[in-house]
Design a protein around this ligand. Sequence first.
Ligand SMILES: *Cc1c(COP(=O)(O)O)cnc(C)c1O
Length: 301
Amino acid sequence: MMFLKQAVPVLSFCSGSIKHGQLTVDVLRLDLLHPEISGNKWYKLKHNILEAQSRGINTVLSFGGAWSNHIHALAAAGKHFGFKTIGVIRGERPKQPSAMLQDVERWGMQLVYVSRYDYRKRYEPEYHQELLEQLSLQNNEVWIVPEGGSGELGVKGCEEILESGSIDPADYDQIWLAAGTGATAAGVIRSVNNRSHVKVVPVLKGAAFMEADINQYLDASLTNWSLDLEGHCGGYGKTTPELLQFITETEEESGLPLDQVYTGKMLLAFKKAVEAGQVAEGCRVLLIHTGGLQGRRGLKI
Ligand SMILES: *Cc1c(COP(=O)(O)O)cnc(C)c1O
């Protein structure tokens, strides 16, 4: 597993274009962690896999859509470490399965397609029981990971993100990252322990609820963080011409690849904050690249 903290002086909106002095911007490249077990999803899976192992369980089941980074990482981890994986996928099996689904099938994941109606029951223990019966499996033979790898075990793994990248939060004034469920943010906020301000960019529209979702994992003393509710670009999985152009330009200028669901929105939100003069002169910023680049294959421009 490889890590890289990358200084990106070539992000043009940070160098030279800043009126009030320079910013220091580093990117923690979790996308470079492993070619297949990408980004924050590895951290969310790690303690789930260890828990399953300690219970002698050799099958891990989880939930996701046709482009899920989480399902992709789970299948890759199963192949890498030698455990069985089951992906419960939202919607009918597409005539032309996505590149994500093709990967995970090739890696040996068993796929179960469920209707959108049934998929809504993914957090209900009764539904889990139903699924296991359908698969002729016993309760004690399968470890079930919540959608996206969220939950306390996922958060616990995300506490290790900065340390494993040899990052001292005290070296930064702000740490930015994208959020879907907020579990990754919760783990990072815990490990930062108020030593830096964590800026969380939800990729969903109207995500004020995420404040409570994140707080449920936090001690009341952990207050040095905030949500940027304007960075969603229209909602989960939605894109705007501005976002797509920004992703293309950033890659051309700096060589930093971004995905359109998470990291592109995070970086665009940061750019806008800089341009609006909301990032103070001399600010030292760490951007966490949470991975997810496999999902770029689903981008139709
Ligand atoms: C899943 C994902 C996120 C969001 O993680 P949460 O813990 O659900 O907030 C962010 N970035 C990428 C690339 C992801 O795949």
